[in-house]
Design a protein around this ligand. Structure first.
Ligand code: ATP
Length: 359
């Protein structure tokens, strides 16, 4: 069945931005989307598939090995023999259903065959498919604890490791974790919360015009998905190209030491212990700059990145919803801008003094 087009989602800009940023830069580390029922969370994640770029993978590899990155045993042998061929493949959204068993997630291993043939004895699971793709979990807060632990281990190491009766088989598994959840059905364990690069709170639309537009578009889409898609084809193409360009530009995006200091100051003053926070804010700010077609980061990019990367990392009591201390952040940004203005004034003054001296 055809997906509802991403560019036809009404409003919900923050959720759309967070997903796009991850498509540009997988190193951001995914996104957790929290919100009430029926606010287009799952529709938007599924719609992202159409916008995803192509990546280079080893031809025929069930784990989508990166020819220039970590390789599974089969690809490593091929490389040593000089037989490694690469092809381009579109990134995908891989669904992890809530009821998935451990075998389905990590794959199944034929032990007798594995002794002789190694990794060839593995029937790949979801973690294989998810390598270098988006791993999507709807209702991630309802996922079985045991499966959560498997995901956390794989995410921490970048490898899926299967140990059975003294035999150890592994393959690369670096996925972009995207989860959606309705907080009314329970909060998420802090360990998994911290694994998401970004977090977005989605609220239902409160504008009559926007809500009417949703009814019209969804009805039109259901009546004739192909026709509906055609209406948005050009916009989809434009956005895909913008993502593609941003991926190229990202390599050259620079961030000043002043802005790095600002990021760390914010994290310290908000009492966020993990350095992962600073790193993610910086990466996200660079990616926002690239999406806007710039090769340098601005204060506004940092501000937007903080709003996406920090809320779920704030200290809070157990089971309290994650929330950003917006006033505190605003204050730090104001101080930064005041200091910058003073610096600029001083520099201007110095230049004028120089002029006077020269004359
Ligand atoms: N802003 C929007 N733009 C377009 N369609 C929307 C919007 N908000 C809701 N919808 C439509 O409402 C329906 C419900 O959306 P969806 O299933 O994605 O919600 P959800 O947030 O994932 O909630 P649930 O957990 O109930 O599935 C879909 O048909 C979707 O297209």
């Amino acid at each position: 069945m055809m997906n509802y087009p991403f560019t036809a989602i009404v409003g919900q800009e923050k959720m759309k931005k967070a997903l796009i940023l991850n498509a540009i830069n997988p190193k951001i580390g995914g996104v957790l989307i929290r919100g009430e029922k029926g606010t287009a969370k799952s529709t938007t994640v599924r719609a992202l598939a159409d916008l995803l770029p192509e990546i280079e993978v080893v031809e025929g590899c069930p784990f989508n090995c990166d020819p220039n990155g970590d390789l599974c045993d089969i690809c490593r042998e091929k490389k040593e023999r000089g037989e490694l061929k690469t092809i381009k493949k579109k990134m995908k959204v891989i669904n992890l259903p809530i009821g998935a068993t451990e075998d389905r997630v990590i794959g199944t291993l034929d032990i007798e065959k594995a002794i002789k043939e190694g990794i060839k004895a593995l029937d790949p699971g979801i973690l294989a498919e998810a390598n270098r793709n988006i791993l999507y979990i709807d209702e991630v807060n309802l996922l079985d604890d045991h499966i959560v632990d498997i995901l956390l281990d794989a995410a921490a190491m970048g490898w899926n490791i299967i140990e059975r009766e003294g035999i150890k088989i592994k393959h690369p598994s670096r996925f972009i974790l995207v989860g959606t959840m309705n907080p009314e059905e329970g909060e998420l364990r802090p360990q998994i919360l911290d694994r998401f690069g970004l977090m977005v709170d989605v609220e239902g639309l409160n504008d009559i015009k926007q809500r009417v537009e949703v009814i019209k578009r969804v009805e039109e889409f259901n009546e004739n998905p192909e026709e509906f898609y055609k209406k948005y084809e050009e916009e989809q193409l434009k956005l895909r190209e913008k993502i593609e360009k941003a991926r190229e530009l990202l390599k050259n995006v620079k961030i000043s030491d002043d802005l790095l200091e600002l990021i760390s100051k914010i994290c310290i003053e908000l009492g966020i212990p993990t350095n992962r926070a600073d790193i993610t804010v910086a990466r996200t700010a660079k990616t926002i700059a690239a999406f806007n077609g710039r090769d340098y980061v601005t204060v506004d990019d940092v501000k937007e990145a903080c709003e996406l990367a920090l809320p779920h990392r704030m200290r809070r009591k157990p089971f309290e919803p994650p929330q950003l201390n917006k006033e505190k952040i605003e204050q730090i940004f104001n101080e930064f801008e005041e200091k910058n203005n003073e610096k600029n004034e001083d520099e201007k003054g110095n230049k004028e003094n120089d002029k006077v001296k020269k004359n």
